[in-house]
Design a protein around this ligand. Structure first.
Ligand SMILES: Cc1cc2nc3c(=O)[nH]c(=O)nc-3n(C[C@H](O)[C@H](O)[C@H](O)COP(=O)(O)OP(=O)(O)OC[C@H]3O[C@@H](n4cnc5c(N)ncnc54)[C@H](O)[C@@H]3O)c2cc1C
Length: 478
């Protein structure tokens, strides 16, 4: 009997962010010969400029707020003058040290991920890659000159995970000194006296919240009537209220037409002619996928008008040998989703068991203070009749642990299918909501009913107690 030699499947991954990284690890684990092409650093924007630096900055902002809030719990800070008179010490944030710390953490995480890839047998090629038809990638490596300055990698399967970059408006071009994208903010050596944030989506809201806690005067310019458009309206209302209470100026229904430098700062001109002067400005007006000029259309890959790659639930594009994961695709722009898509693509390509990604089950979080975590169907979808559900909202002011901790704002909201009581979604607004949403995400993923959720023990007293309390209140009487 003749045995046919079966060669390893050759996989090329373009981009080393969460999508590409997870695809490469899964491909190698499943026995593929994997090459990962990355132009900047392993970990991608997620690790180097977006998630890791921003969440590290926010950890400092939370520490600064905790000092302020501690007074409510009876903690006093004072020092004494030479005469023994007590005086209040100033709380100051050394942003240069904070930025050094967060960039160091990001670099270290990138190095750790690179080591894991190498240990897993993934070959890393540093350079700018583009498709050369459906089965090959050309990489400009920067080595040598002219025609020998590239590698051509042939493969059986390609995963495109090239991410996205900050959107830049021609009338408000970031210079990295006074006008910033979120990737440039970490150059700051001093806390901005007055930071104007243009854009009240997730990124704008997170930085506005953090810089208020770090000591900046912040003006948030929001084109909509409420911050965080598209998010749960009750949650957005809580956050906007907290923002204003903390001294932030929120300009609603205000579109910034231009932002330019002045002698000592910046001036934003709104579409109604008003102007806002500040010391610095953060432009947080969305992101564009890095899909232009990398041979996608030429290889037959379908894109949307916005340049996102059309993928199905197993991350496959319109070309069978090409998959795509992360922010460059039509799925949600989240690191967790990018990772899931990267893994799913490989499981599918290598013939392993696949669970198609279900966008509705994705848990996500907005790292403002307090945080907003959501999963499943939304209240708006229920109210518009897209999903059939009952809604129950429990303010945290009724939770004993929240009272002990001095938590002033927030709630737990559950959505359950009308009739059956199956949990179909939820929203939590609370400190560390990102940690509290998991039981609801589990319930949504595994289609638990409110009765099943409420039968599980929560610790007394605990914030999660509000989840079981809400579930209990939604019990359907037979
Ligand atoms: C400020 C901010 C905070 C965020 N916080 C969170 C959060 O808390 N949680 C969360 O889940 N998500 C968060 N996100 C979203 C998250 O950053 C993205 O969803 C995630 O980075 C997507 O991963 P990715 O692999 O698609 O792309 P990326 O992380 O962008 O990686 C893409 C990589 O591809 C490389 N690349 C691009 N083109 C080429 C090419 N032609 N050749 C070679 N390499 C190339 C890039 O250099 C980059 O390294 C945040 C985003 C922002 C802006």
């Amino acid at each position: 009997m003749a045995y046919e030699f079966e060669r390893k499947q050759r996989i090329t991954v373009l981009g080393g962010g969460p999508g590409g990284y997870e695809a490469a690890i899964a491909g190698a684990q499943l026995g593929g010969e994997v090459t990962l092409v990355e132009r900047v650093g392993v970990g991608g924007s997620a690790v180097l400029t977006d998630v890791v630096p921003s969440k590290t900055l926010i950890a400092t902002a939370e520490a600064a707020s905790a000092i302020g809030d501690a007074a409510d719990l009876g903690v006093q800070f004072f020092s004494r003058t030479e005469t023994g008179r007590p005086i209040r010490p100033e709380v100051a944030v050394n942003i240069a040290a904070v930025n050094k710390r967060l960039l160091g953490l990001a670099r270290q995480q990138s190095e750790d991920m690179k080591s894991t890839l190498i240990r897993s047998g993934v070959k890393i090629v540093q350079g700018e890659g583009r498709l050369d038809g459906p089965d090959a990638v050309i990489v400009s490596t920067g080595r040598g000159a002219g025609a020998i300055d590239f590698d051509r990698i042939e493969g059986d399967t390609t995963v495109i995970s090239v991410g996205a970059s900050p959107r830049v408006l021609a009338s408000a071009v970031p210079d990295g000194e006074r006008i910033f994208t979120w990737t440039q903010l970490y150059n700051l050596q001093a806390i901005p006296e007055h930071l104007i944030v243009v854009g009240s989506g997730v990124t704008g809201a997170e930085f506005a919240s953090a810089y208020t806690a770090l000591g900046s005067k912040v003006t948030l310019i929001s084109s909509r009537d409420q911050v965080l458009p598209g998010e749960d309206a009750d949650a957005a209302a809580v956050i906007e209220n907290v923002f204003r209470r903390n001294g932030m100026t929120v300009l609603s229904k205000s579109r910034a037409d231009s932002v330019v430098r002045t002698e000592n700062g910046v001036v934003a001109t709104l579409s109604d002619g008003r102007t806002v002067e500040g010391s610095h400005c953060l432009m947080a007006v969305g992101a564009v996928p890095n899909t232009a000029g990398i041979g996608l259309e030429e290889a037959g890959v379908q894109l949307t008008e916005s340049g996102h790659i059309r993928v199905n639930r197993v991350a496959r594009t319109s070309v069978p040998s090409i998959y795509a994961a992360g922010d460059c695709t039509t799925f949600l722009p989240l690191a967790s989703v990018a990772s899931m898509q990267g893994r799913t693509a490989m499981f599918h390509a290598m013939g392993d068991a696949v669970n198609p990604t279900e966008i509705r089950n994705v848990a996500s979080n907005i790292f403002t203070q307090p945080e907003i975590a959501t999963v499943g169907w939304t209240q708006r979808q229920i109210e518009e009749g897209i999903a059939q559900g009952d809604i129950y909202k429990l303010p945290l002011s009724e939770n004993p642990r929240a009272k002990m901790m001095g938590i002033k704002d927030g709630f737990v909201k559950l959505f359950a299918r009308t009739g059956s009581g199956t949990v179909i979604g939820g929203v939590i607004v609370a400190p560390k909501a990102s940690e509290l949403i998991f039981p609801i995400a589990l319930a949504v993923e595994h289609r638990l009913t409110v009765d099943q959720v409420s039968r599980a023990f929560t610790v007394y007293p605990s914030l999660t107690g509000s989840i079981t309390d809400a579930a209990r209140a939604m019990h359907i009487v037979l």
